[in-house]
Write a protein that binds this ligand. Structure first.
Ligand SMILES: CN1c2c(nc(N)[nH]c2=O)NC[C@@H]1CNc1ccc(C(=O)N[C@@H](CCC(=O)N[C@@H](CCC(=O)N[C@@H](CCC(=O)O)C(=O)O)C(=O)O)C(=O)O)cc1
Ligand code: HCS
Ligand code: ZN
Length: 782
């Protein structure tokens, strides 16, 4: 939109963040080439600059008023803030000045000298950020002004008046670790001058709008924090009075709404999709300040369905009532980092479904259309017709998708209606104590049994084999034979290493969710619907558009084959219903709980099929159970009830001697320990090592009374830890947990690692477990 049009417009349009991976995952390829030494640093900069500018040009074509700059990253945007403010842990030996690319990547991935910084889930998403390590006395300094550099580049190269984006001080410190909770306000206050400098430099450059992301404002905000926020934002407003600060919240409704909306900023961004009820209730109860812009997040940044633009326009009109004339910004509900780049490449998809999809680019089109519609003007009739047409298309495609799904499932989905399951479907037939004895007799495992989490390296070779199969150059027999070879090789390796419970290695799987989705009814798959999960690792979430149904056994062939190769137990490996749900793009016409129960019934069929095939140790992974936890505590009980019930529905019908395992990673466990215990799994393996043993602490305060494996080494780093390091982890855990319930395992699956490092690390792990075993046995015989 031109400057003069903008002046006349009654509303602005904006974006909050754009996927950084590129439509063809160019970003991932550039990063991985650099890490592998295939390209040098100048080439990395060049390739990422090209991509960054392309992304901005794409947004420019939509003629949005507020286009974010500085949201692009070389790895993670929280790590960018840490690098920018000199929050570099001592072990990386940073001696001042801007953080180098090698130190930046060492913080993210670790190197020979130093372990990586911890990584954890970004609120309730499948995106993982690098956790800032802040100590009580950390000194902050603005080592470089990244948003300013991004703004200058966009202006020089594209003539774009960008909107720099930065995570705000309150959220940055809340999502950091390493300081005492009572020092929180002091640390945030210490950061203020640095933010003030950053903003005043932007102001001096002539920047108009700055987006400050404060998603932590959707979490519980204490009264002390309210006072802190007032001080912080007063200081920032004073430092850069000419800047228009857009205080952006997302993923839920704002807490402390009256305080937040009274902060001295130019605009407040609200999520009107995932925070719809709460934010609308606050708008109704408290109104909206007439001196501020209201950023209306009406286009869903977390799902991939086209918006019903007529409905959205109605919502916008309703919301516009609260804002002063001409002070509305139409936006996505959050950054578009969480959706794929474009649906335009999905030509292989059923046209019915393809028509129903909107990825990042299509969402920006939707925003632009809404902007034109709400801005009025001479072409309003044309625009209304365009919106009506878009709406008709959505309605038609939604109806078509429903019919498509129903025709597949109508005759097959029978039994209890979702959510109403009898106890025999949800409860194991014996208590954990009874099962434990029976299982000990059956399995005769040594004290501190060793195992892994499921996957072994998905090498280039494994991926190539799958690609050949997909392209039709290999037939199913050739591909199966290749997978069997891999299984055989790794069963031998596991036996040689001396692990107690083996796995088949998951070589046949692209991804732990996509693989199951491909075999169930109700799922569709994109070709290029990639989303960043962490660093250069991407996932392609399946699309659940219909009722989910089991068709035929999905994992029995490979698992049973692996079991024929060894006398040691082979653990079956499944993904749990809540994780399949949370890592998919889910239909929005029925409650998520219902979809979860549908998946649970399908997984139960698989659990039973494995058991019938003689696989009597079965792991049902639920790494996304915690991620799905609502951000508001008031919504936890409802979620946990159906999430736990789904897991039990999937697993409870097995024999008492069948050992059910589960696994979780990348998350805090303290606050859901009770729910984890309610899953009634016989053994849980969890990630611990990247949090440097802190998680063990959460078990100190809680009495978890079932089998538990605490990860003893970080699988995200190529670094192979020494035996003493692992032994320390084990012995630290044994101070808290009874030895006869304790298992020894890595943090998570090993699919991202190379063969040599896995063999080394697991051999050391088994050695460490043996030593720990000897010590425990010696101690107990004294
Ligand atoms: C445990 N984790 C998972 C999360 N979410 C999931 N949905 N799945 C998970 O496992 N969230 C939390 C963590 C995040 N961890 C990871 C770990 C590893 C990855 C990863 O390795 N991603 C791969 C993509 C995996 C995949 O689908 N591979 C396909 C190959 C796809 C591909 O690249 N094809 C090529 C062509 C290949 C050729 O011709 O040679 C192409 O399209 O260009 C496969 O195996 O077949 C990644 O590469 O990023 C993700 C999350
Ligand atoms: N079984 C899976 C769990 C990842 S969370 C794996 O090993 O990759
Ligand atoms: Zn895991």
């Amino acid at each position: 939109m031109s400057q003069s049009q903008q002046q006349q417009a009654q509303v602005l349009t904006g974006n909050l963040g754009y996927p950084r991976i590129g439509a063809g995952r160019e970003w991932k390829k550039a990063l991985e080439s650099f890490w592998a030494g295939r390209i040098d640093e100048p080439t990395l900069h060049q390739e990422l600059t090209t991509l960054r500018l392309q992304d901005l040009k794409k947004q420019q074509t939509q003629q949005l008023d507020l286009i974010p700059v500085g949201d692009f990253s070389y790895y993670d945007h929280i790590l960018d803030v840490s690098a920018m403010f000199g929050v570099v842990p001592e072990r990386f030996n940073h001696t001042g000045g801007p953080v180098s690319v090698s130190t930046y990547y060492a913080m993210a991935r670790g190197n020979d000298q130093a372990t990586a910084c911890e990584m954890t889930k970004w609120l309730n998403t499948n995106y993982h950020y690098i956790v800032p390590e802040i100590h009580n006395d950390t000194a902050f300094a603005l080592l470089e002004n990244k948003p300013l550099a991004a703004y200058r580049e966009a202006k020089q190269e594209l003539g774009l008046e960008g909107k720099p984006v930065v995570v705000g001080p309150y959220s940055y410190v809340r999502f950091a670790k390493g300081y005492d909770a009572e020092r929180f306000a002091e640390i945030v206050t210490r950061l203020v001058p640095v933010y003030a400098q950053l903003l005043s430099e932007l102001q001096a450059e002539g920047v108009q709008w700055v987006q400050i992301d404060e998603p932590a404002l959707t979490l519980a905000v204490s009264s002390e924090d309210e006072a802190l926020l007032q001080q912080v934002y007063a200081a920032l407003a004073q430092a850069a009075p000419e800047l228009k600060l857009l205080l952006q919240t997302y993923f839920e409704s704002v807490e402390a709404y009256p305080v937040v909306t009274a902060l001295p900023v130019a605009g407040i961004g609200l999520d009107l999709v995932h925070g719809y009820e709460g934010n609308l209730a606050s708008l109704r109860e408290h109104g909206f300040p007439q001196d501020k812009w209201l950023g209306a997040g009406v286009i869903d940044g977390r799902n991939i369905w086209r918006a019903d633009l007529a409905e959205t326009a109605k919502l916008l009109e309703q919301v516009a009532e609260f804002a002063a004339e001409g002070k509305l910004i139409i936006q996505p509900s959050c950054s578009l980092l969480h959706v794929p780049v474009t649906a335009a490449q999905e030509s292989a998809l059923d046209p019915v479904l393809r028509n129903a999809l909107a990825f990042a680019n299509e969402k920006l089109e939707e925003i632009a259309t809404l902007g034109t519609l709400l801005s009025g003007g001479a072409k309003q009739a044309d625009q209304a017709a365009a919106v009506a047409e878009a709406t008709r298309r959505v309605e038609a495609s939604t109806e078509a998708v429903r019919l498509l799904s129903e025709s597949e499932s109508r005759t097959r989905l029978s039994g209890s209606p979702a959510g109403v399951y009898a106890d025999e479907q949800l409860l194991r037939s014996a208590s954990f104590q009874e099962r434990r004895e029976l299982q000990q007799q059956k399995w005769s495992l040594p004290l501190l049994p060793t195992t892994t989490i499921g996957s072994f390296p998905q090498t280039a070779d494994v991926r190539k084999a799958r690609a050949l199969f997909r392209k039709g150059e290999w037939n199913a027999e050739q591909y199966d034979a290749y997978v069997r070879e891999q299984i055989q090789e790794w069963i031998t390796i596991q036996e040689e290493i001396g692990l107690d419970v083996l796995v088949h290695g998951e070589f046949e799987r692209t991804d732990m969710v996509e693989f199951f989705g491909e075999k169930l009814t109700g799922f569709a798959f994109t070709k290029n619907g990639w989303v960043q999960s962490y660093g250069s690792r991407c996932v392609k979430p399946p699309v659940i558009y219909g009722d989910v149904l089991f068709n035929e056994p999905m994992t029995v062939k490979e698992t049973a084959y692996a079991q024929t190769l060894t006398s040691k137990p082979v653990k079956g490996m499944l993904t749990g219903p809540v994780t399949i749900l949370n890592w998919s793009f889910v239909r929005s016409d029925i409650p998520r709980s219902e979809v979860s129960y549908q998946i649970a019934r399908a997984i139960r069929d698989e659990v039973e099929a494995l058991e019938q095939a003689g696989i009597e140790m079965i792991q049902v992974d639920e790494p996304a159970l915690r991620e799905g936890l609502p951000l508001k505590g008031s919504k936890w009980d409802e979620y946990l009830q159906w999430a736990v019930e789904s897991f039990r529905l999937a697993t409870a019908t097995v024999k008492p001697t069948t050992q059910v395992h589960t696994h979780m990673c990348y998350c805090e466990f303290d606050d859901i320990i009770e729910a984890i215990s309610d899953l009634d799994a016989d053994v849980i393996s969890i990630e611990t090592s990247r949090s440097h043993g802190e998680l063990v602490g959460s078990f100190e305060q809680n009495t978890y009374d079932k089998g538990i494996g605490l990860g003893v080494y970080d699988i995200h780093s190529p670094r192979v830890p020494g035996k003493d390091e692992m032994l320390n982890m084990i012995e630290r855990a044994l101070q808290v947990l009874p030895a006869d319930l304790f298992w020894v395992n890595p943090d998570c699956g090993l699919k991202t690692r190379g063969k040599a490092e896995v063999v080394d690390a697991l051999s050391i792990m088994v050695d460490a477990a043996r030593t720990a075993r000897e010590r425990v046995t010696a101690d107990s015989s004294i």
